[in-house]
Every structure is written in structure tokens, then in C-alpha cells.
Design a protein around this ligand. Sequence first.
Ligand code: SF4
Length: 471
Amino acid sequence: MNSLHLKSFTRCKRKAWLDFKGKKSFEVWSPHKAIDKINQFQIFSEFCNGEIYSGLKACENGYQGVIGLKIKGNLFQNINAEILPQLLLKTTGKSKWGQYKYLPAVYKLGHKTTKEHLFDLAFSSMLLEPFQETKIDKGLVISTFYKKVKVEEIYLNKKLRKKVLNVLLNLNECLEGSIPEITQDRKKCTICSWQKFCDKEAKENGYLTDIDGIGYKTASLLKENGITNTQTLASYSEKQLEEKLSKFKDQRYEKASIFVKQAQAYISGKPYFISNKNTEDLLEKICSGFYIFDIESNPDDKHDFLYGFLKINKLFTKKEDLIYKPFLNLKNNKGESYRKIVEILFSQKEWPVLHYGETEKIAIINIAKNLNFSIEEIDSLASRFIDLHTLIRKSWILPLKNYSLKTVSNWLGFEWTQKNVSGSKALYWWIQYQITENEIFLKKIILYNKDDCMATLQIAEYLIKNQLKKN
Ligand code: SF4
């Protein structure tokens, strides 16, 4: 077992097992992992003033930062372990190499220091101590906040070490056993490289957490009431379920009928129409033209690097005739980019702006505030925004696991020009562009954003077509 297994194990036991024994062909490349590695290297490099080298020789030469070193050792009599410290940082002391020693350091994304960081540092120190023949009393957690490097010292006391030893024993037992169950908290799966593999199994076994809106807690309550899978849930009438659950004074049960319908749709593959109350005036609003708007962002840097507009003069126009305008914001030059965005929005003053999810509207409101718009002007601008994600959820129950832009438009038959793309992949390309300045990455991002706009349009057309049918 190694440090990566320990990291996975603290998130999901099954992930640790799959990383160790799973068929690699079932694993999907994860942009999150790649982004994490790039960020990690950049921050470490900055922290060590560029004096960062890899391997054992770097330790022997006493360089400031050392990466890429694998250290093997024995944890207990018969358990072989290996650490892959993210960074070893030179400090004062005495080791087998001379008048210095190394401390383990880990990179942290976000603000919160978690078990994952603490365990990694403690595990690293356990094998690093005999390796460099010296004691280590602390490790470091390195992160950035508003582009400034932040360092937190973690004391590797006895209690933490004992805890980690116990976790390592459990990990060892897990890796030797059979594949663990899918995690109950499926939110963890969204950025996992084994997601496709686990999703397939979850669907085959009728996992309740496959149903939109049912999380770990609701699934447990349903199970306690004898509803153990999606098939059983779908076989309930709304009344039955409400009665069964009414003894619990919990607002979750107001959703009983939605859960039943969602399960029925999921199993049958057929959408369920709720109401066209919310889409009634949609056609009227967009019939004389509208924009579709989509943003690509780097949330860690609070930087929207691309604003994409699709101009639609008339609904159901041939896709080839639509005009797509991307606005790159390469240097996060807010003033200049903001002016361009406002210019395009006000070139068609009355046009509604369709988007999917709340991000786009929030971004525009912030832009308007930044440009000192009056409250009335901001309200009037904001009122032009129509969130199709909200509309589709209020109008339809779809036979899907979630209502993300990708899931819904894929179901409607939309295909992205580039394969296996996602918002995180676009972010990965953006980071690649920043490092290499190779414009090919910008082209990929723009094409991806254009497809996102087209996918949003397909959802708008679905809503309109079906609303016309239902009238
Ligand atoms: S997809 Fe979910 S259940 Fe499967 S390994 Fe990843 S986190 Fe665990």
C-alpha cells in the first residue's frame, strides 16, 4: 500500500481498492487530478524559489525542495508500505546526509485542512524518519490564497500517528479483501475517476441514490421503511409513500410524489410532464430574438476566462446560420472585458438571455455592479435572464440521474464535437494555455463553449416544442 491508497481510502474505501486492484481500462482520465498536479507543482516551485529537483540525488545534494521520491519500508512486521511525499522541504537539523533534514509537505486546494492532509503527512513521516535517520516533529500544508502562498504547520504528535497506524491497518485489510460497496455519499463520486464503473453497477442494482434528490440520508430513511431500491420505490403510489413517511415530520416527505415519479421515469426511460405554467410565456419572450450565454471560469482564481454568446434571431433556425461570439478574458482585465459584454448585451436591449444554471446571471450582476449600474438598471438587466435549468426542472421529470447540462442535452441527442469533455476539461485546457501559451488550447475551449451554448439551445427548443404540443 502507498500514500495514494491512503488518500483514496480517506475519501472512499472502494476507490482505494479499485486504485489497487481495479482494471485500469475501466478508469477514466480525470482532469481534476491533472489540474491538481499542475497547481501543486507550481505552488511548490514558487515556495522553493524554483530550487526543486526530483529523486534521491536531490536529497543527497541538499536541495531546498525534493519531489518524485519513493520511499519503501515496513510498517508492521509483515506489511510493506511505500510513501510518495508530494514535497520534501529542507530545514535545519541533522540527517544521514549532513547538517540538514527534510520535512514532508502537502498541497491543499481550498481553505480546509482535512484528515487527508494530516494522514498523508503522518504516514510520510513514519517512513521518512528511518530513511533519513532523524526525527520529524512537524509537516507543512501549503496552499494559495489570492495568489499568495500560505503555509500551515502540522504537529505530528503521538495521537495522530497512532490514528494513522489504525487507518493503515484498516486500509491493508480492505486491500486484501473483496471490493467494498459503493459509497453512500454519492457526491464524492462526481470527481472520481471510477465514476462510470460505479454508476453502471449502481444502476444495475437499483441504488436509491441514483434518483435525483435522494441523498444518503433520504436513502437510509427509505430503506428503514422497506424501500430498498429504485424498483420498489417506483412501484409505490404517491399516496402510499406519503402515508408511510408521514409519521416523520420532515419536509423531505413533501417530495414523496416527486421521488416516486422520478424513479418511475428513471426505470421506464420516459419523461413525465409536470406543468407548462413556467414556460407559458417563454415562446412569447424569445420569439423576436434572444441570446444564449455561457461562461467558462477558473473558480480558484475567481477568473471568468471566456464569455460565449450565441445570437438567435429566430427559433428553429438552422444551426449553421447562428452567430456565436466568444469573448476571451485572458488577463482577467475586468474593465475591458466587462465593457465588451455590456456592449453586446445592450446591442439588443430587449432580448432575453437564456442560460443553464445560476452562474451566468450572478456573473452579469457582478459585472453591472462593478460598472456602477444603478439598482434599477441592474434589476432590469437581471430580469432579462432566463435560467433553463430551473425551467426544465419545474416543467419535466426526466428519466435521468441528474439535470446537468451534459446529462439533459445528451439525452436529447446533442453531441459535443470534442469527445469526453466537461467544464473541468475546459479548465484543464485553460491551465495548459497559461503554461504553454499554445493557442490550440484556446481553440478547444472556444469550441467547447460554443457546444455548451448549442446544447442549451437544444433544451430551449425541447421546452418550446413540448409546450406547444401540450397547449
Ligand atoms: S465512483 Fe464513488 S463509489 Fe466509486 S470509487 Fe469513486 S467515490 Fe467510490
